[in-house]
Design a protein around this ligand. Sequence first.
Ligand SMILES: Nc1ncnc2c1ncn2[C@@H]1O[C@H](COP(=O)(O)OP(=O)(O)O)[C@@H](O)[C@H]1O
Ligand SMILES: [Mg+2]
Length: 218
Amino acid sequence: MRDVVKEAAETFGVVHSLKNHISSLRVLMGLIEPGLSGSDYEKYHRLMKRELEDISQLMLCIQNGRDPDSQQVNLKDLLKDLYALMAPRSELAGVDTELELPGDLPEIPGNLLFLAEAFRNVWENAIEAMERGGKLEITAAKSQDPEGHPVIEVTFKDNGPGIPAEVLSRIATPFVTTKQDGMGLGLSTARSIAEKHGGELVISSGAWGTSVTFRLPA
Ligand SMILES: Nc1ncnc2c1ncn2[C@@H]1O[C@H](COP(=O)(O)OP(=O)(O)O)[C@@H](O)[C@H]1O
Ligand SMILES: [Mg+2]
């Protein structure tokens, strides 16, 4: 039998993803203004080019009906680029973001487009949860999964209000949202992307805030 919910989640997931890229383009266009220093201009211009490339890659995936090929992904570069993209929104919300990346983080096999999408979903949730300010710590570290296989763990830890217990128990389910204009696809998409990479998404939450970890095979 066709899994209608899954198919709808995938379709809306692509729409959600396109929406993300278009809103990033809008943010970047707003940042490119007269008087900007040369290096900032180059940085935002490069990021805009990447957003456009991502959009055309996504369109190609839809057209071909298949995912892009796997490649070696430099998580450090990816997280730094996302930081530049998310910084204006974080500043507006008063979210102090700390990015802790070790110097010797190895590249991992994966899909840059999808990993960026997954990280961005979790990053956006953290900012949305701390709209009156807070702290977001993003770390990437070498570790081992419970069976002793090498993994890279990328963790987003915020000190927002936490995820309500009744939401937490259904978090893997598409379309679960507590937001008026939410689609409820961010976390389920992030989880399915982690799983597509042979990894997992580990979520914990409490009165202290929320922590979301991508455990990805190294
Ligand atoms: N960092 C977080 N802090 C608090 N609640 C969160 C956080 N991340 C996710 N949530 C909760 O999980 C729900 C589902 O998130 P998500 O799948 O991204 O969908 P959406 O953001 O569209 O609501 C959110 O509506 C929110 O209630
Ligand atoms: Mg979300």
